[in-house]
Design a protein around this ligand. Sequence first.
Ligand code: TRP
Length: 338
Amino acid sequence: MNSAPRPVVLSGIQPSGHLTLGNYLGAIKNWLPLYREYDCYYMLVDLHAITVRQDPAALRERCYEFLALYIACGLDPSNNVLFVQSHVGGHARLAWVLNCYTQMGELSRMTQFKDKSQKNADNINAGLFDYPVLMAADILLYDSAQVPVGDDQKQHLELTRDVAIRFNNLYGTPERPVFRVPEPMIPPVGARIMGLQDPTAKMSKSDDAVTNALYLLDPPDIITRKIKRAVTDMDNTVRYAPAEKPGVSNLLSILSATGGESIAALEARFAGQGYGAFKSAVAEAVVECLKPVQARYHEIREDRDELRRILRDGAVRAAVRADATLRRVHDVLGFIPE
Ligand code: TRP
């Protein structure tokens, strides 16, 4: 039987900072079942990372760390293509082509560029400006149908769609478009984990204040301490009301996502109890949730040969699809076939 090709899901993460509970509950965990319906590609975007200065040794170790954590969170390399962006030459090559179909004005409007150039005023390099074009190349190279991204990346995905449509109008036909136009994949509600100290903003892996985030590799005592110190309010009732009680609501989301009980059930369970008992329960649930992840991580983290083998295999599988797209693009542009 000839089965139809499966749609592609692709996402990328910058190997910077440290993976947080928010990355796990808000992203990685939702990706785990996707391989049953989609061809899934998850990459470490090292080419994007160098748009700000990196320490080479730290960058390399972080890539291994993130890969081992992805696997420890349950992303099985035999069902998901896990790879490093710089290992597949097509990303940089397609980015160059797309550069010639993206306007300076479009890139100047990107809010992330404006933010990052303010934060790195001494190094506003062309790569930082061009970052969204490389991201468009990442996505279009794999004919991605769905792209799981956070809110902060929606504008880049919108640009990717614009560039794809523009290119298709120039070189494709409605029946044979050159690029597949991707859709954002929005995480389920409640999966958005906020900071512990500032519960009005997303928990970030690159936050300067380390007490604001729960890192996947934090030991149990650190997790407990951070949760005990998490910002709440003066009202002392465990109730879900994100606008009014962002801190408590975030802790409820975390407890619900890690312990599996609904928010309503948790509100009932903690009715009449203060925040002390509630926070202890949150800490315990997070520690229990991370225990198997950390155990698996430590089993595989030092097996450098195995991690390298997984990345080599991932790059080979990724390149098959990437090369086919690049050939198609070069062909419509009039480049002589290699
Ligand atoms: N820019 C994304 C971020 O900072 C990472 C990324 C790079 C990405 N390439 C991608 C995400 C392709 C989705 C698809 O979070």
